[in-house]
Design a protein around this ligand. Structure first.
Ligand SMILES: [Fe+2]
Length: 199
């Protein structure tokens, strides 16, 4: 069993060793890591007392099982993050971005907050969430005011305003500056990624 301290420790480790990206991205990683270190986050008792999967969860969450082989090959810190998601999947409040005219997307994606205003652990300073996307689905363009770091836990394609689609790789990161349009797409396997918003 992995506890939230181990999850946060692994996340801090990953956020403080983003050497492959720009100085701006590295600074964002350090800021989020500092917030993680600084404060204790209360447990969201409403979530931890319920088994959300029993009623009202999303069938796409079953795709987590197909991520197990990929997870085995991750670095130790990334493996800890992914295994924690698997372990906590029935406790998370999975939600969707609603796009009524895109049924494939609606059937093929799920998001959940681990830490944040609606997370298992409450924070008003950061949001740490997970996205799961079924094979061959595009998560359409979106943007948001906070800057964001994705910690990639599977194969997948990513896009940013002004650029081409690219593959950061299973051990990669993606940094989205404030308000930039971005998107992601799964390939033949489910896409799994952790995202951190500096709110
Ligand atoms: Fe985003």
């Amino acid at each position: 069993m992995i506890d939230i301290q181990q999850f946060e420790h692994a996340l801090i480790e990953l956020l403080t060793e983003i050497n492959e990206l720009t100085a701006e991205a590295q600074t964002a990683g350090l800021k989020i890591a500092e917030k993680l270190k600084r404060n204790e986050r209360p447990i969201n008792k409403n979530l931890l007392s319920n088994e959300y999967l029993a009623e009202g969860s999303l069938p796409v969450v079953e795709q987590l099982e197909d991520c197990e082989a990929t997870i085995e090959a991750l670095s130790p810190a990334r493996k800890t993050l992914a295994q924690y998601i698997l372990q906590m999947q029935k406790k998370l409040r999975w939600y969707q971005r609603t796009l009524e005219d895109n049924l494939a997307f609606m059937a093929g994606h799920a998001n959940a907050q681990l830490i944040g205003p609606q997370g298992l652990y409450i924070s008003s300073e950061i949001i740490v969430g997970v996205s799961l996307i079924a094979p061959h689905i595009t998560y359409p363009d979106h943007n948001h005011p906070p800057e964001e770091i994705y910690i990639v836990l599977s194969e997948g394609l990513w896009w940013q305003q002004g650029g081409q689609w690219f593959s950061p790789g299973v051990q990669g990161y993606v940094y989205n500056p404030e308000n930039i349009m971005h998107a992601m797409a799964s390939t033949a396997k489910p896409l799994l990624a952790i995202w951190c918003l500096n709110i």
